[in-house]
Design a protein around this ligand. Structure first.
Ligand code: SAM
Length: 236
């Protein structure tokens, strides 16, 4: 069973269009601010691209999307195919475990940029132990050495106080990971989202190495259960 995608995800994403609009806009702003060096993109965990920016995608000449969900490819084409065709961007959608196949994909497309589209934070649901999840994440990031890659993923998630906010508050901001009082800043950030203990750690705290410039966004996945999204790019 796919705990992080599939029909339920598509249904929720379709229904939450308005609720997620602010976060989608913040993701787009962040993506468009990133310099693009490659012409090809491999998008992993693409689903139907519910949170994806068409303006950013159309900057590439060719895109491969990957998802384990067989519905993802057809739906992605339905949502983004026409706009990409108009911009002359070639689109190929594949079904498969791209995390397992990562070394093969990297070898097959040595010049492509890689973007993990809200998938790395779900690895903890696909392994038996925390230790296995951490190892898997470490193996993945090691395989990416020397590549231009980025990721947006769940850093933490949990219940929020009903603050009356029905859309994500504009709380995206950047901080360097090497700040002196990171714990204090984290608490401030969680408080800003109205986080109520306990929050789930998605074990992605070490995906990016120290010094990577990160952007943090709030995503009201459900009105009373929010996700803290962490986004960053790594240049070789
Ligand atoms: C939270 S959803 C991402 C949503 C997507 N980025 C969007 O904007 O709609 C996580 C996605 O990752 C996919 N996924 C999980 N494990 C995967 C894997 N090993 N390889 C490829 N896709 C995977 C799931 O099927 C699901 O569609």
């Amino acid at each position: 069973m796919n705990l992080t995608g599939g029909l339920l995800w598509h249904w929720r994403a379709w229904r939450s269009d308005a609720q997620w609009a602010q976060t989608r806009a913040e993701i787009e702003t962040w993506l468009l601010a990133q310099p693009i060096e490659e012409e090809q993109l491999i998008l992993i965990g693409a689903s139907a691209g519910w949170m994806m920016s068409p303006a950013w995608l159309s900057r590439y000449k060719s895109i491969q999307t990957w998802d384990i969900d067989p519905l993802a490819g057809p739906l992605f084409k339905m949502r983004h195919g026409k706009a990409l065709r108009q911009h002359g961007t070639a689109l190929n959608c594949f079904t498969g475990d791209a995390l397992r196949m990562l070394p093969t994909l990297l070898k097959a497309q040595p010049r492509a940029a890689i973007f993990f589209d809200n998938v790395l934070g779900q690895i903890r649901f696909q392994t038996h132990t925390i230790h296995q999840a951490e190892n898997r994440l470490q193996t993945l990031t090691q395989a990416l050495r020397g590549r231009h890659w980025g990721s947006i993923h769940d850093r933490m998630s949990g219940p929020v106080q009903r603050t009356g906010l029905t859309t994500a508050a504009p709380v995206a901001h950047t901080w360097p990971m090497l700040m002196v009082n990171e714990a204090q800043e984290t608490q401030k950030w969680l408080a800003r989202m109205g986080a109520q203990s306990p929050w789930l750690d998605h074990l992605t705290g070490d995906v990016f190495k120290e010094g990577t410039e990160l952007t943090h966004m709030a995503w009201p996945m459900k009105p009373d259960y929010w996700h803290w999204l962490q986004a960053g790019w790594v240049r070789p």
